[in-house]
Design a protein around this ligand. Structure first.
Ligand code: CP
Ligand code: NVA
Length: 313
């Protein structure tokens, strides 16, 4: 793996992660620039996307660079073209590759064989770009990350994994309520516990959503069936039926708690109807922050600048 690959949020030191968050806030205030003029990013996606694709494309444009999108059909990754060959070919055209893959092993293979940095734009195991935007959103809302308590209600999935690791790196307390059999992966939990021990934060895993949410600053949920799990959707609706974020559950959090969701949302499933449009919901700021967080990431990876654009408090 190359030092500038970004496959997992755990690839970052706490210092680099906090710097990315503060740089993202600075870039958000600044708008357009030419930090990445003459740089090219290729997006290669095996799954659909709204936010990730558009935010990467707009980010490269606002930084003076260029971005090219390759759909699943036109590449045929692993069928028409082997993953290593695709990595080596794209490295001859582009300065970085952002890949959205079903299997995390695919994005790892890309990184092994590409000579340019590879960014994980979502795999079955992690969604580190989402976690960057989430941390920026919490930071904007609470003006700090240390000591904040985030409660994730639902599937121990890719989004949960990256958020748990990122929270633990930044000194945020992370609680997750998942039904038996749908918990976060134990090896990722152990890594996160190591980070939490260093940063002085706490991690709680429980089957009880009420226990997770009690007194939390942030209540977070994600879909019950992720992309690639469509065949399990009906069974998951049954298993997760007591894990909906609704008024009753939210009333247990702090009175000023905010609600977060990476989107797309399934209204009436993991989140009750209309919660997204409440004043306490920051989901659309969160979606916007994908752009600013990825700009900070791209400048870090491609800009050749060891920026501090701003100082993390
Ligand atoms: N949150 C997120 O990654 O959205 P997309 O799947 O639309 O990119
Ligand atoms: N867990 C979801 C996140 C989508 C942004 C999925 O993988 O489909």
């Amino acid at each position: 793996m190359k030092s500038k690959d970004f496959l997992s949020i755990a690839d970052l030191t706490p210092e680099r992660l906090k710097l990315l968050v503060s740089n993202a806030a600075a870039l958000k205030a600044e708008g357009w620039n030419t930090l990445l003029s003459e740089k090219i990013l290729v997006l290669m996606f095996e799954k659909p996307s709204l936010r990730t694709r558009v935010s990467f494309e707009v980010a490269m444009r606002q930084l003076g660079g260029y971005c090219l999108y390759l759909s699943p059909e036109e590449v045929g990754l692993g069928r028409r073209e082997s993953v290593p060959d695709a990595a080596m070919v794209l490295s001859r055209y582009a300065d970085a590759i952002a890949a959205r893959t079903f299997s995390h092993a695919t994005v790892e293979t890309l990184a092994t064989h590409a000579s340019v940095p590879v960014i994980n734009a979502l795999s079955d195991l992690e969604h580190p770009c989402q976690a960057l935007a989430d941390l920026l959103t919490v930071y904007e809302t609470r003006e700090t990350l240390e000591g904040i308590t985030l409660a994730f209600v639902g599937d121990g999935n890719n989004v949960a994994h990256s958020l748990m690791l990122g929270a633990a790196l930044c000194g945020m307390n992370f609680r997750i309520a998942s039904p038996a059999g749908y918990e976060v992966k134990d090896n990722i939990l152990q890594v996160a516990r190591g980070f939490a021990a260093e940063s002085g934060s706490e991690i709680l895993c429980t089957p009880d959503p009420r226990r997770a949410v009690a007194g939390a600053d942030v209540v977070y949920t994600d879909v019950w069936a992720s992309m690639g799990q469509e065949a399990e959707a009906e069974q998951r609706r049954r298993v997760f039926s007591n894990y909906q974020v609704n008024d009753e559950l939210l009333s247990l959090a702090r009175p000023d708690a905010v609600f977060m969701h990476p989107l797309p949302a399934h209204h009436g499933e993991e989140v009750a109807e209309n919660i997204l449009y409440r004043p306490q919901s920051v989901v659309f700021n969160q979606a916007e922050n994908r752009l600013h967080a990825q700009k900070a990431l791209l400048v870090d990876i491609l800009g050749g600048l060891e920026i501090p654009l701003a100082n993390y408090p």
